[in-house]
Design a binder for this molecule. Structure first.
Ligand code: NDP
Length: 311
């Protein structure tokens, strides 16, 4: 017996982009099926308080917000499924497309919305994992405000790290910027801005040995790679800004991505190079990476899927 399912709209991923796409697609009577992916709710599941999503004057914690978005999509009968899409076949370049789940379900989709997000890269040390959400964060714009008037550290030397260090410097007394080489990868202008900001202290040739603290971050122990010397800096927040990995692997055979794996869309839209396939959220956005912008592009993807189907 075949376990093939047909749908007007398959949504892959369950962050703000995926759930918003599901809300719009279900209200447009597309009866979407949404696969939540490995980490249902996406990156916000590891965020404590979200204070910059409009509509929550007192803030909301990340997991609760994802529950609310899920409930809103379910209210309009989006078919929300636990599990992953592990394989897609867009080779025909004309829908319907066969997509296969980790349970072996075969979905024939007339439109596909990719909302698989991106994952922050981490240093990979134990204390970083243990204190994640308790002083350790990979998003200064999301969490910087909680460290207002305090000392923080940030690791990384790309444009993101520079941008986030400058953002933090406006809130925090001192930003200790830990750079593993004797140069920064960031664009010259961003480097200059960092170096010209009085309360950003740059540590060259420096790696993080350990983040210290029992229930929250209290200090960071750093190692100078040149002379091997160790130093402890008292801080309350530790930010990791060493890049993100867009979750685009299973689509790469068909979908155009840039050199870093971000899905390329037609500017100002969520349209990919494959007819009937749309991309939204962090998997196509290297710049903003905010819940609200992901939700915005999720809405765009659903509207574009609906228009595609009605034509
Ligand atoms: P990048 O990959 O450009 O930079 C990552 C940085 O993290 C590098 O400096 C790298 O060091 C460092 N790093 C990586 N692993 C470790 C580690 N284990 N320990 C310590 N440091 C580490 O990532 P970004 O997120 O900064 O930028 C991604 C892309 O997005 C870039 O193309 C960037 O230009 C772009 N971008 C543009 C912005 C803008 O135009 N406004 C804003 C933000 C990003 P090393 O140099 O030693 O390898």
């Amino acid at each position: 017996m075949s376990n093939r399912i047909e749908t007007e709209c398959l949504i892959i991923g369950s962050g703000p982009a995926g759930y918003t796409a599901a809300i719009y697609a279900s209200r447009a009577n597309l009866s979407p099926i949404l696969y939540q992916g490995m980490e249902a709710g996406g990156q916000l599941m590891t965020t404590n308080d979200v204070e910059n999503f409009p509509g929550y004057p007192n803030g909301i914690n990340g997991p609760q917000m994802m529950e609310d978005l899920k409930a809103q999509a379910a209210r309009f009968d989006a078919d929300i499924r636990f599990g992953m899409i592990t394989k897609v076949d867009f080779s025909s370049q004309k829908p319907p497309y066969l997509c296969i789940s980790d349970k072996g379900e075969e979905i024939m989709a007339k439109t596909v919305i990719i909302a698989t997000g991106a994952t922050a890269k981490w240093l990979g040390i134990d204390s970083e994992k243990r204190l994640n959400g308790s002083g350790v964060s990979a998003c200064a714009v999301c969490d910087g405000f909680f460290y207002k008037g305090q000392e923080v550290a940030i690791v990384g030397a790309g444009d993101s790290a520079c941008e986030e260090a400058i953002y933090l410097s406006k809130l925090c007394t001192t930003v200790h910027m830990l750079i593993r080489k004797d140069e920064m990868r960031a664009s010259k202008i961003m480097q200059q801005r960092v170096l010209n900001t009085a309360n950003i202290k740059v540590y060259w040739n420096t790696e993080t040995d350990e983040i210290l603290g029992k229930f929250g971050v209290e200090a960071v122990r750093i190692k100078n790679k040149k002379d091997g010397s160790m130093q402890e800096i008292p801080i309350t927040g530790f930010f990791v800004a060493i890049g993100h990995t867009p979750q685009s692997q299973i689509f790469k055979e068909y979908i155009t991505t840039d050199a870093d794996g971000y899905i390329v869309v037609k500017p100002g839209t969520t349209v990919t190079n494959i007819e009937g396939v749309f991309a939204c959220g962090d998997v196509m956005d290297r710049n903003y990476r905010q819940a609200i912008t992901a939700a915005g592009t999720g809405c765009m993807a659903a509207l574009e899927a609906e228009r595609y189907l009605s034509h």
